[in-house]
Design a protein around this ligand. Structure first.
Ligand code: ADP
Ligand code: MG
Length: 703
């Protein structure tokens, strides 16, 4: 008998939802909280005290002993420091479980070990965390017990953002303001808020934990640094959407339950293209909640895996020659009265608003293709982008045939003004076709694809936070809206001006549209002719953050100050160097202590075999050949190891920053590749019994 899951009861069980707040808070307090959630501002301390008490009571009833301000520093993962509710009640040593409003809304954090890119040394050592009350508090269960987690933003004492959340919230505010101007122009007087919605589809690998533990590269770098290809890859397409095996199914079931408890709407699950690769997609949510939830998804994926004797790999490219993992970031924009600005709509007026929004997005993406590329930069993604499995590093927009046709017509119609008839704006295409039906010809090779009523940004890496990509999308779209609204609000004839603007934007930014095969070499050449940036590496992308164009954009909308951008650029260079340094050290460790000794043993046993065969009066032809080959590769590997040791030490001794990052990218990575090549060949020669770690086949086919 399978037990019956009561999903309705499970869902949100560990979340202090709006519903629970309504139940537990006095009406007036609840109204104040709701108002702050909807329109921003701060809770009064008196209100915060009442909310904190209700939250603590609920948490304690559910077993919580501690609370934490849960935040997202620039390490890309989440951070927490637990404090218990325990407070001494009196001199006799009795204790109480207490939690004040002050503790709820603001936390002090020394946090001096988190990356700050120089911000903190210039200003102050401490940081503080502040409750993002639009993302609900939740309970995390683990070996330490139950902890109340309060989603927070993390800033320096001068208010500079030290995390991925603060700029995201700022970008949402900026976009809200500009998008409201848009809907007002189109006659929507009811909407009071426009919110970006995000649905990130998460790809991941599962490998057997015992095998994982035998691979130092997986342990330290999250990806294999050596490994010959398995005899079979993904060429049969027999894993994609394939039947989910029992062991994996049990994992997915457990994962769903954990996520549902946390209010994460885990919705879709399937096997992905590569063997041992899978995907989970939630139902979309407002951008900040989606970012929080995606962090939880990644964390819980790893945690639940251990319970099943598995390890979850979130690295963008755990295995060379096998598809890597990404995170399709679905993005859209909706008003609080239910209008999705990316939905073409049913009436001509809605159609025009849609075309206007589309024109603005094309302009935004074209103008800031470099920033968008940068926002999906994470060290592991360098292995994946453009590797014929993920979009290339060139940003382009896919529209699909129908919408492309509309754009073509708009661009081709002579003078826009001649198409205004009877006071009704004619787009030259009547009302738009139902574009959702166009979803069939989706182009998986496009980094920024229109999919019916949303855009799908497919460049994001699987291990990355979706904070930065969404901050960037929000910011660039806010700017495009702002410029367009400035123009249209001042226009004498709105409809004429609107049509002119749509046509102009679409004409000027046509080059960003590409519906063809993004994996092809022709596209790389064509994109270069169009003048589109092709930023191959994360290191090359860093500079886009601090261009004049970028600083103007982010400062204008209060999302980043120049100092914050400079600090982030520094952190990125450092993160890159440190990551490659760890990978290089791991290779050195594995080659010196495991691989080279194993090959040496193998050559000795081969040499012994050769001698024995000779002693037996025979000619050991094959044995000699194997020995010669192994010996040559061993010599090559040892020389490559010596070089890597030297080059890495040189990198480590360099001053921090850009020069060092480039040194790691150009010199250290090259030395790593030179070591890997002979080792992977050796793996094909050396007796499997002697090879000191599980092979690709063991890892991805025998889960
Ligand atoms: P796919 O074929 O790419 O898997 P799906 O229809 O399954 O497409 O959607 C993928 C993701 O897009 C899901 O997480 C879904 O919730 C999200 N999504 C759907 N509509 C929107 C929207 N309006 N805004 C943001 N995300 C959305
Ligand atoms: Mg998708």
């Amino acid at each position: 008998m399978t037990e019956v899951l009561n999903v309705e009861e499970i869902f949100g069980h560990n979340v202090f939802t709006l519903g629970k707040m309504r139940e537990r808070l006095p009406k007036k307090v609840f109204a104040e909280v709701k108002k702050v959630m909807e329109t921003g501002g701060e809770l009064s301390l008196a209100t915060a005290d009442i909310v904190a008490k209700a939250m603590k009571d609920w948490a304690v009833e559910n077993g919580a002993t501690h609370y934490t301000h849960w935040f997202q520093p620039l390490t890309g993962i989440t951070a927490e420091k637990h404090d218990s509710f325990v407070t001494l009640a009196d001199e006799e040593g009795r204790m109480l479980m207490e939690f004040s409003g002050k503790e709820l809304i603001k936390g002090e954090s020394d946090a001096s070990s988190f990356p700050s890119g120089g911000l903190r040394s210039t200003f102050e050592a401490r940081g503080y965390t502040a409750w993002d009350c639009t993302s609900p508090a939740f309970l995390k269960e683990g070996a330490t017990g139950v902890v109340l987690c309060i989603p927070t933003a993390f800033c320096s004492h001068n208010g500079e953002a030290l995390d991925k959340k603060t700029p995201l919230l700022r970008s949402m505010e900026a976009l809200d303001k500009q998008a409201l101007r848009v809907v007002r122009l189109f006659g929507n007087t009811e909407a009071t808020k426009v919110t970006p919605s995000v649905g990130p589809e998460q790809e991941y690998f599962l490998v057997d934990r015992q095998k994982y533990l035998q691979r130092k590269d997986l342990i330290y770098a999250g990806r294999t640094l050596f490994g010959a290809p398995a005899p079979k890859g993904q060429e049969m397409d027999d894993h994609y959407y394939g039947t989910i095996r029992e062991r994996i199914g049990a994992y997915m079931k457990d994962l769903n339950i954990e996520l549902w408890k946390l209010g994460v709407t885990a919705k879709t699950q399937h096997n992905e293209v590569a063997p041992a690769q899978h995907e989970l997609a939630p139902i979309f949510d407002s951008a900040n909640v989606a970012v929080d939830h995606n962090q939880l998804v990644m964390e819980i994926m790893k945690k639940v895996a251990v319970r099943h004797g598995l390890t979850c790999l979130l690295h963008e490219k755990p295995f060379a020659g096998v598809n890597g993992s990404g995170k399709h970031n679905n993005w859209s924009l909706s008003t609080d009265n239910g209008v999705n600005l990316l939905d073409p709509g049913d009436t001509p007026n809605e159609n025009i608003q849609f075309l206007f929004v589309l024109a603005c997005i094309l302009r935004a993406v074209d103008k800031h293709a470099d920033l968008l590329r940068q926002s999906a930069s994470v060290v592991g993604n360098d292995q994946r982008l453009g590797a014929h499995e993920a979009p290339p590093a060139i940003i382009s927009v896919f529209l699909g045939d129908q919408l492309q046709d509309v754009v073509n017509q708009l661009v081709a119609t002579g003078n826009a003004t001649s198409h205004i008839e009877g006071g009704v704006l004619q787009t030259g295409v009547g009302t738009l076709p139902d574009l959702k039906k166009d979803a069939t010809d989706r182009n998986r090779t496009s980094p920024f694809a229109f999919t019916g009523n949303k855009f799908e940004f497919r460049m994001v890496g699987s291990s990355d936070s979706v904070g930065s990509p969404n901050t960037t999308i929000n910011a660039i779209v806010a700017e495009a809206f702002c410029e367009a609204c400035d123009e249209l609000e001042a226009a004498e004839d709105f409809e004429l001006a609107c049509h002119d603007l749509i046509k102009r934007y679409m004409t000027e930014h046509q080059r960003i549209i590409f519906n063809g095969n993004g994996y092809s070499q022709e596209w790389v050449e064509e994109a270069a002719r169009r003048g589109l940036p092709n930023i191959a590496s994360m290191v090359d992308a860093v500079e886009t953050l601090t261009t004049e164009k970028s600083i103007r954009l982010f400062e204008k909308f209060g999302i980043f100050t120049e100092a914050e951008l400079v600090s982030r650029a520094e952190i990125l260079y450092e993160t890159y160097s440190k990551t490659i340094n760890i990978e290089a050290l791991t290779m050195i460790d594995m080659a010196s202590k495991q691989i080279i000794p194993a090959v040496a043993k193998f050559t000795k046993s081969m040499a012994d075999t050769v001698n024995s065969v000779v002693a037996a009066g025979l000619e050991p032809v094959a044995q000699k050949e194997m020995l010669t080959e192994a010996n040559a590769l061993l010599t090559e590997a040892k020389a490559a190891l010596n070089t890597l040791v030297k080059v890495r030490a040189e990198g480590a001794a360099m001053g921090e920053g850009k020069t060092r990052a480039y040194f790691y990218k150009d010199s250290v990575v090259t030395a790593m590749d030179a070591l890997r090549a002979p080792v992977d060949k050796l793996e094909m020669i050396v007796d499997k019994e002697m090879w000191p770690m599980p092979s690709y086949g063991d890892l991805i086919f025998e889960v």
